[in-house]
Design a protein. Structure first.
Length: 177
């Protein structure tokens, strides 16, 4: 009886050893699959993040192009009445002989244009009599100062300069003196 009892126990021990070997093999495979799953997860996150960034970049580029394309639309549409007034003035001036009326008409159109540009942030730059600043002014000639007080100062404006002020940023066009 003892021999019979030992045989089934040996079989049980053998089957336990086989099961433990299988679990060891599964445990050894499990970390590899866990590592592979982790790698796959990181790859997926990377691909999604890259796609999201690519979409963001494409969207911002499209927005910039749209902004550039429509940036001048507001200025141009506000200048159309000035163009119409110039066309009317030219047509009217063909038959007019009164110089005072012609001058008044051009002054009205000039003031209209100046008002539109000032509303868009354009401000004239006053330079005459101020100390020459190479960051703001552009010299076209260096002449001797007629008075000692005018040395190093802007004596004359050949081409007037302007500041373009938008959103608390100051941009300027160089003045030619």
């Amino acid at each position: 009886m003892s021999v019979e009892n030992e045989l089934p126990n040996e079989e049980l021990n053998n089957s336990d050893e086989l099961n433990s070997e299988q679990t060891v093999q599964e445990n050894q495979e499990a970390p590899e699959t866990q590592e592979e799953q982790l790698i796959d997860e990181y790859k997926d996150k990377f691909v999604r993040l890259y796609a999201e960034f690519d979409n963001y970049r494409r969207r911002t580029n499209e927005e910039k192009l749209n902004l550039i394309a429509s940036a001048g639309k507001d200025v141009i549409s506000s200048m159309l009445p000035v163009l119409d007034n110039f066309e009317r003035a030219i047509a009217t001036n063909e038959n007019l002989e009164d110089l005072a009326a012609i001058k008044e008409g051009f002054n009205l159109i000039f003031n209209q244009l100046k008002g539109i540009l000032e509303a868009k942030g354009l401000k004239p730059m006053e330079a005459k009599g101020l100390t020459f600043d190479s960051d703001l002014h552009e010299a076209i000639a260096n002449i001797p100062a007629p008075e000692e007080a005018l040395k190093g100062k802007v004596i004359d404006d050949v081409e007037k300069g302007y500041y373009l002020i938008r959103l608390n940023q100051q941009l300027h066009k160089l003045i030619k003196n």
